[in-house]
Design a protein. Structure first.
Ligand SMILES: Cc1cc2nc3c(=O)[nH]c(=O)nc-3n(C[C@H](O)[C@H](O)[C@H](O)COP(=O)(O)OP(=O)(O)OC[C@H]3O[C@@H](n4cnc5c(N)ncnc54)[C@H](O)[C@@H]3O)c2cc1C
Length: 249
């Protein structure tokens, strides 16, 4: 197995262009399992752990731009106040060891329908930044997942970052599993309220071939709140937008 170890981002993109079949490795918490169980035997691997750009995050206009190599532990510690939904999901990932190594970029790369980062990214209308030696493009997360463990990344591309607006209202994440920790989601659900746009975003995991947004939440008509009502955690019937229900109804 050829082991490619770029030191800079341009070098990594050039290597990926020259070796489109090479498998990127970040935290390795998915890749090493695949190799150990002989599910994959890549001819070459590109180690992304030396690329400082992937470990950075900061504001980019109205968005937080978070490098693909930022780990779950750092999302929890450094971004928990700005991205509470993603931080909640990150707290449910594996064990402390997995959260110290595993990255959101790796979760996107694997594109498992059960990946815990996906529902909050969908709920917050995140963008995925893909880069190649020829340029960069940003794709809405909802267009990134194209099948079970398949994503829209081209063979010459790498995931540079994801972009998400800081929370503009309450966010929640819920994971149903067969036990409380170290468990794959039987089903997961994220919700993000946008108080400014009066919208509700959703993301659902382990319920379809890809992580999905609930179509009703993507409705162009923002949910309206009647001041005489209180919000109750009651799901609307299929096809109707999420709304506030009168107290006691
Ligand atoms: C014990 C254990 C428990 C786990 N528990 C959970 C859990 O609770 N929830 C959950 O969602 N996952 C869980 N996982 C899976 C895994 O930890 C996550 O999917 C994690 O996000 C993978 O990140 P990584 O950096 O380790 O990715 P890697 O293993 O390095 O890579 C994963 C995939 O992404 C690709 N990739 C990585 N970075 C890039 C990049 N910058 N550009 C392009 N492609 C890239 C790789 O080529 C590979 O296909 C668990 C794994 C283990 C071993």
């Amino acid at each position: 197995m050829e082991f490619l170890q770029p030191a800079t981002w341009p070098e990594a993109l050039a290597m990926k262009a020259a070796h489109p079949e090479a498998l990127p490795i970040a935290g390795g918490t998915d890749v090493m399992v695949e190799i150990n169980f002989d599910r994959q035997r890549p001819a070459s691997v590109i180690d992304l752990t030396r690329i400082a750009d992937l470990d950075e995050w900061g504001m980019d206009g109205a968005f937080l731009r978070i490098g693909a190599g930022v780990t779950y532990a750092r999302i929890i510690d450094e971004l928990g106040d700005r991205l509470p939904g993603l931080a909640m999901a990150s707290r449910t990932v594996g064990s402390p060891q997995i959260r110290n190594r595993g990255t959101v970029g790796g979760n996107l790369g694997s594109a498992s329908p059960a990946g815990d980062a996906h529902p909050p990214l969908l709920a917050s209308d995140a963008l995925v930044e893909l880069a190649s030696a020829t340029g960069t493009r940003r794709l809405p997360a909802r267009e990134f997942y194209i099948g079970p463990k398949r994503n829209a990344m081209r063979k010459d591309e790498l995931i540079a970052a994801f972009l998400v607006e800081p929370a503009k209202g309450a966010q929640q994440f819920c994971k149903v599993g067969t036990r409380n920790a170290m468990v794959i989601a039987v089903c997961s659900f994220a919700v993000a309220l946008d108080a400014e746009r009066r919208q509700v975003g959703t993301g659902i995991g382990s319920a379809a071939p890809t992580p999905v947004r609930w179509p009703a939440s993507a409705s162009s008509s923002p949910p309206r709140r009647d001041p005489s009502t209180t919000c109750a955690a009651r799901p609307p019937t299929a096809g109707t937008p999420w709304r506030c229900w009168p107290a006691g109804a």
